[in-house]
Design a protein around this ligand. Structure first.
Ligand code: HEC
Length: 149
């Protein structure tokens, strides 16, 4: 009996370990229907800064008028996303980057943006106050950390 219990415990631990290791989780900041629920903000273009990928930029409803109109800072809840690929016509998206405007105080020295880099399945590769993203985007000018205006 004791052995059985030990085995059960062991298998639970092993299973738990496997779940933990499965790692990447789908981004909660980018809906799967972004192509229809978000506004197209910029058509397909080469981006040298993003690993020479080709990207299309989308903005959610909260962001679109200020982002497209150039009114900064953007409101809390704004989401801007790039859909990226090495294909010159932007087909076959292999990854995303996004900026989500958190509440005041999330990261006050960098515009309170939450940054994410995702793979082609929208699984999160980098998340949060990602310093690489911040440093480069800060150099784009007085546009609330956006660069693609
Ligand atoms: C080396 C500089 C650089 C780095 C590093 C960088 N970006 Fe960018 N990003 C740009 C530039 C420049 C653009 C505008 C597109 C272009 O012309 O290349 C841009 C565009 C974007 C956009 C479209 C919205 C906008 O107007 O800026 C998003 C979203 C974005 N980047 C997110 C990210 C995230 C997330 C990271 C980090 C994982 C990141 N970027 C890292 C330079 C950079």
């Amino acid at each position: 009996m004791a052995t059985r219990r030990a085995l059960l415990l062991l298998s639970l631990l092993v299973l738990g370990g496997c779940f933990q290791q499965s790692g990447a989780s789908t981004s909660k900041l980018l809906p799967s229907d972004y192509q229809t629920s978000y506004q197209l903000a910029r058509t397909c273009q080469l981006s040298v800064a993003h690993n020479s990928n080709h990207m299309v930029v989308y903005a959610n409803a909260l962001a679109e008028s200020d982002y497209l109109g150039g009114t900064y800072p953007l409101p809390q809840g704004s989401t801007i996303v790039t859909a990226e690929t090495d294909q010159a016509d932007c087909t076959g998206v292999t990854g995303y980057t996004l900026m989500f405007k958190e509440a005041l105080g999330y990261n006050p020295t960098a515009g309170d943006w939450h940054w994410q880099k995702l793979d082609g399945q929208r699984d999160v590769l980098q998340d949060g106050r990602v310093q690489d993203c911040i440093t480069c985007h800060a150099s784009c000018g007085p546009y609330d950390y956006t660069c693609a205006h």
